[in-house]
Design a protein around this ligand. Structure first.
Ligand code: ASP
Length: 530
C-alpha cells in the first residue's frame, strides 16, 4: 500500500512506536495513583435475582450505569465478597459518596468504595471492591466520565474521545474497502483464464493451512488464557449470548450469505452479506464480459484505488489514535494494561512461530518435497519486506520474483497462486483474529466461552481473513466480523490497537510465507499429475 511514508520522514511503524512511548509517558504522568471522582455522588447498588446493578442516584433518572449477572448468589459472593457481605439479606444499598462519609477511589489495586457503616460515630469502614478479583472497571470509567476530577480526569476523558474518533474513522472505511477489494480481486481472477484444477488445489491449500493456523491459535489461547483478568474498554458490558446450537448458528450465517437486500446489508454493515454479494458481483461482471463488464471492472478498480488511498490516510492517523488510547489506558488503569498486553502479544507471537516454523515447513517438506530451510532462504527478501511494510499487497512483486527467480517455480503457478493468496490466503491474520477475539472474550465479564462460541469464532475468523485486504491493519478492521458474530463489544478493540502494528508485521510475514509455500505445493502437485 502506498502512503506509508506520506507525511515524510519516519515510516509509519516508527511513528506508531513513538506514539506508544509518548502516550505511555503522558498517561503515567497523569496517573496520580489514586483517582477520586469530583463532587458528591449517591450510588444505589441493587441485588436483583443474582444480578447486581450499580446506578447513580440522579433525581428522576437513576439510570443503571453498570450491571453484572451471576449464575447464583454464591457466584456473586465469590466475585464480590465484600459487596455480598455488605448487602447481606438486603436487596438494596445506598452509598452517599459525599466526603467525608464515603469515598470512591481508583488506585493500583482496583476500584474501592469506602463508607462508614453507621452514623453513630463508629469508624468502621466497608470496601465493596478492592482486590484485583473485585474490580469494577466499566462502572468506574462511567462514573469518572460523568464526574472527571481535576486536570488529569479531564485529559483522560479527552484522550478517550480522540481515540474513539480514530476508531470511528477505521469503521468508516471498512465497508467500501471490503466491497471494492473483493470485486476487484474476483474480476482480476477471471481475466487470467480458466485454471480449473489449479483453482481447486489452491483453494484447498488456502483453507487447510488457514484452519491449521486457527487451530494453533485456539489451542494456545486456551492454554495461556491471556485475557483472564484483563481490563478492556467496553469489556465490562453485560453480554447477551445466544444459546443456539452450532448447526443453527452455521445455518444463520449461511442465510446471511445471501442478503435479501444487499443495499440494506451494506448500510447495516453486515460484513458476511457484503463479502458474498461482492464475490457474486465480481463473478457476474466477468460472466457478462464485453463492454459492460469492462466498464464495471474499471469502475471497481478505480473505486478500490481510492479506498486504498483513503485507508492509507486513516492509517496514517494511527499514531494519534494509539497515543490517545495509551494515555487513556495508562492514566486510568495504571500498569495492569502492559502485563495484560504482554501475555496477549506473547500468545500471538508463539502461535505464529509454531505455524510458520513447524507446521508450514512440514507441509513444504512432505507435500512440496523441498527443503524448507532452503526455500525460506530463497524467500527471505520477500519475508523481510512483508515484515517492514506489514502489507502482503505491497510485497507481492517481491514475492513473485523470489518464487520464480530464486525458488524456480513456474510463472503459470505463481501468477495465479500469489495474487489470489495476497487477497484471500492469510494464515497469520486468521490466527491473529482467533487469539485477539478470544483474548477479548476472556476479558469480558459474563461472557461464556462455550465450544459453540469457539467454533463460531474459528469459522468467522477464517472468513475475516479471507475478506481482509493485504494492507497494514486490515486484520484489525476485519475483526469486527468476528466480534459481531459472537456479540462482543467493538470498543474492546481500543486497547489492542496499541500493539497491532508490531503484531501486524509478524502476521504479514506469515501470510506471505504461507502464500509462497502454497506455490511450492501447487507446483509439485501440478507437476506430478501432468
Ligand atoms: N497486514 C496484513 C497483510 O497485508 C493483513 C492484516 O492486517 O492482517 O497481509
Amino acid at each position: 500500500m502506498t502512503g506509508e511514508n506520506d507525511s515524510g520522514g519516519w515510516p509509519l511503524h516508527y511513528r506508531i512506536l513513538l506514539a506508544m512511548v509518548i502516550g505511555t509517558v503522558v498517561g503515567v504522568a497523569l496517573n496520580p495513583g489514586e483517582i477520586a471522582i469530583s463532587g458528591p455522588v449517591e450510588l444505589r447498588i441493587v441485588h436483583d435475582e443474582n444480578a447486581i446493578l450499580f446506578s447513580e442516584v440522579i433525581p428522576e433518572t437513576s439510570k443503571v450505569l453498570y450491571s453484572e449477572k451471576f449464575a447464583d448468589a454464591a457466584a456473586l459472593a465469590k466475585s464480590y465478597p465484600r459487596l455480598a457481605e455488605a448487602l447481606g439479606e438486603k436487596a438494596e444499598l445506598t452509598v452517599a459518596c459525599d466526603n467525608p462519609r464515603a469515598r470512591i477511589v481508583r488506585d493500583r489495586s482496583g476500584v474501592t468504595i469506602v463508607w462508614q457503616r453507621n452514623h453513630d460515630g463508629n469508624p468502621a469502614v466497608s470496601q465493596i471492591a478492592a482486590s484485583s478479583g473485585e474490580k469494577l472497571p466499566e462502572f468506574w470509567r462511567l462514573l469518572v466520565s460523568q464526574h472527571p476530577a481535576g486536570v488529569a480526569g479531564g485529559m483522560t476523558i479527552a484522550a478517550k474521545a480522540l481515540g474513539d474518533l480514530f476508531l470511528q474513522l477505521l469503521k468508516m472505511v471498512t465497508v467500501p474497502l471490503i466491497l471494492t477489494s473483493l470485486v476487484t480481486g474476483v474480476t482480476g481472477l477471471g481475466s487470467r483464464g480458466n485454471f480449473g484444477r489449479m483453482f481447486g488445489r489452491t483453494i484447498t491449500y488456502y483453507i487447510v493451512t488457514s484452519m491449521l493456523a486457527i487451530t494453533t491459535g485456539l489451542v494456545l489461547v486456551n492454554i495461556i488464557h491471556p485475557g483472564v483478568g484483563a481490563i478492556l474498554p467496553g469489556g465490562g458490558a453485560v453480554v447477551e449470548q445466544s444459546e443456539e446450537s452450532v448447526v443453527e448458528i452455521v445455518f444463520q450465517q449461511v442465510l446471511r450469505l445471501f442478503p435479501a437486500n444487499p443495499i440494506e446489508a451494506i448500510a447495516q454493515g453486515e460484513f458476511l452479506s457484503i463479502i458474498s454479494f461482492a464475490i457474486l458481483l465480481g463473478i457476474f461482471i466477468n460472466f457478462i464480459g464485453g463492454d459492460h463488464g469492462q466498464r464495471l471492472t474499471e469502475l471497481f478498480e478505480a473505486a478500490f484505488a481510492v479506498m486504498m488511498r483513503m485507508t492509507s490516510w486513516v492509517i496514517s492517523l494511527a499514531p494519534f489514535g494509539v497515543a490517545a488510547f495509551m494515555i487513556f489506558a495508562t492514566a486510568s488503569q495504571g500498569f495492569d494494561v502492559f502485563r495484560t498486553l504482554a501475555w496477549y502479544m506473547l500468545t500471538v507471537a508463539l502461535a505464529l512461530a509454531i505455524h510458520a516454523g513447524i507446521i508450514l515447513p512440514l507441509i513444504v517438506r512432505f507435500v512440496a518435497k523441498r527443503s524448507p530451510l532452503e526455500f525460506a532462504r530463497h524467500m527471505s527478501s520477500a519475508l523481510l519486506t512483508a515484515f517492514s511494510t506489514a502489507s502482503s499487497n505491497a510485497t507481492l512483486p517481491l514475492t513473485i520474483s523470489c518464487v520464480e527467480q530464486q525458488a524456480g517455480i513456474s510463472n503459470r503457478t505463481s501468477s495465479f497462486v500469489l495474487p489470489l493468496g495476497a487477497t484471500i490466503n492469510m494464515d497469520g491474520t486468521a490466527l491473529y483474529e482467533v487469539v485477539a477475539v478470544l483474548f477479548i472474550a476472556q476479558a469480558t465479564p459474563g461472557f461464556e466461552m462455550s465450544i459453540t462460541t469457539q467454533v463460531t469464532i474459528a469459522l468467522t475468523a477464517l472468513i475475516a481473513s479471507i475478506g481482509a485486504a493485504g494492507i497494514p491493519h486490515a486484520g484489525l478492521v476485519m475483526m469486527a466480523i468476528v466480534l459481531q458474530a459472537v456479540g462482543l463489544p467493538l470498543e474492546a478493540q481500543g486497547i489492542i490497537i496499541a500493539v497491532d502494528r508490531i503484531l501486524d508485521m509478524f502476521r504479514t510475514s506469515v501470510n506471505v510465507w504461507s502464500d509462497s509455500c502454497g506455490c511450492a505445493v501447487v507446483q509439485q502437485l501440478t507437476e506430478s499429475s501432468d
